[in-house]
Ligand binder design. Sequence first.
Ligand SMILES: Nc1ncnc2c1ncn2[C@@H]1O[C@H](COP(=O)(O)OP(=O)(O)OP(=O)(O)O)[C@@H](O)[C@H]1O
Ligand SMILES: [Mg+2]
Length: 509
Amino acid sequence: MLSKVNSISLIGIEGFVVNIEVDIQNGLPVFNMVGLPDMIIKESKERVRAAIKNSGYEFPLGKITVNFAPADLKKEGPHFDLAIAVGILLSNNAMDLFDTRECIFIGELSLNGEVRGVKGILPMVLEAKRSKYKRVFIPCDNKNELAYVRDIEILPLSTLNELVEYINGEILLDRVEFMDNSLKKRVQYDMDFNEVKGQKLAKRAIEVASSGGHNIIMIGPPGGGKTMLSQRIPTILPFLDYNQSIEVTRIYSISGLLKEKGQIVLETPFRNPHHTASTASIIGGGSNPMPGEVSLAHNGVLFLDELPEFRRDALEALRQPMEDGRVSISRAKGKYTYPARFMLVASMNPCPCGFYGYQLKQCKCSEVQIRSYLNRVSGPLLDRIDIHVSVEPVQFDEINNNIVEESSESIRLRVEKARIAQQERFSGETIQNNAQMKTKHLKKYCALDNKGEALLKVAFKSMSLSTRAYSKILKISRTIADMDASINIEEKHIAEALQYRILDRKYWG
Ligand SMILES: Nc1ncnc2c1ncn2[C@@H]1O[C@H](COP(=O)(O)OP(=O)(O)OP(=O)(O)O)[C@@H](O)[C@H]1O
Ligand SMILES: [Mg+2]
């Protein structure tokens, strides 16, 4: 007899529905699988056989054929076990007939018939919902991850027996309840900007960057507080909204990085890969391509501490995701696309000893050493970083005083306001913040008044700025004007924006 069941397969974080047909015919006992299943699925024969027997059901003798459709797409993963087992039990009349057309089955089976948790459950269930399935059976271990998915019935299972008993009408299953309010349980950070003394200019630059989603690089001598400042940036960024949380959770779900039994991710991602990291780990890759650091930093911060120490090819590979907001990796199995829209925060010393350009201490490096150190950061990468800021160590009096510094929360309130202004501005566009503006947006949203135009003209000449720098200055000015709740970009906004574009000339000019 033939039965049909459905499951989901993933390519990257995109899912597609897999229709599984199970046919049992009389004949010599063989178990065949067709339709591009990978090695792990082929191994499921043994798990399914043992799970069915150990759950107390009869495993059919005869010729079993399992067909996965669509036939042209490769299917991966151990999570088809449950669907295959259901198909076999149905074909073998081991449970009541029921309509499987509206159901999706996801789960790995252990030899004794337990349903085990799987990676990537969230993107799979979101695909089931998108494809208008009504009900999805999932491993109990994965249920926390799905507490924020609406409009589809999610039924967690701990054993194969439970499923059969449910279908036979002997028991009920507790469906996963949509947790409406938990998102309001806000994130607590264990760091705060009020721990950083002084550094007014750097803090202001960071606030500008955070308000407009601009990339930022901090340059200065050792011990200046660059790392300390960078680590606190997530604490002033707006909290993730529902859709952003789901996007981030999708990525962490397939990477197997969810904490606390697969809770949804509420914290703004902050990733700081070590400078020895491989290009594949930063960009994503491997034979089964996994998201890299750029995708794990999606909707958050990618912090590259000691930028020139990173591998040159890793830095160059950052350019594409920085431009497109996503990463595409081609493999024989298909094209994997992962979102990668992050705020890049970089820090570096200006030379090997760290004191080049610093007035209070003599630099020990030769001209050649300094050049070759700075040149490890290429022009095109530097061009993609809107804000450049110098961070020098605070003086003793600034550390040793009783001034109460502003808290992250208070800064965040301002950042949120500036972001709301941008959301309103770009509501009809495909971009979200000022940093993402392209030429056409600059024309539309960054008109200057006469005074502003005059200032920019003078600056252009005297600072010999490039056309690229011109568009950066407009974007940053737009952000500063938004922070000021000003509809127009004024002279003072441009004057401040210009400050964030002079450092590259000091070091790389
Ligand atoms: N403004 C500050 N307020 C309070 N503590 C500070 C400040 N600046 C530096 N510190 C202290 O100095 C330590 C070193 O700072 P940090 O590691 O951030 O410097 P850095 O600029 O990253 O240096 P390097 O170039 O060597 O990486 C911090 O952990 C902190 O304890
Ligand atoms: Mg540091």
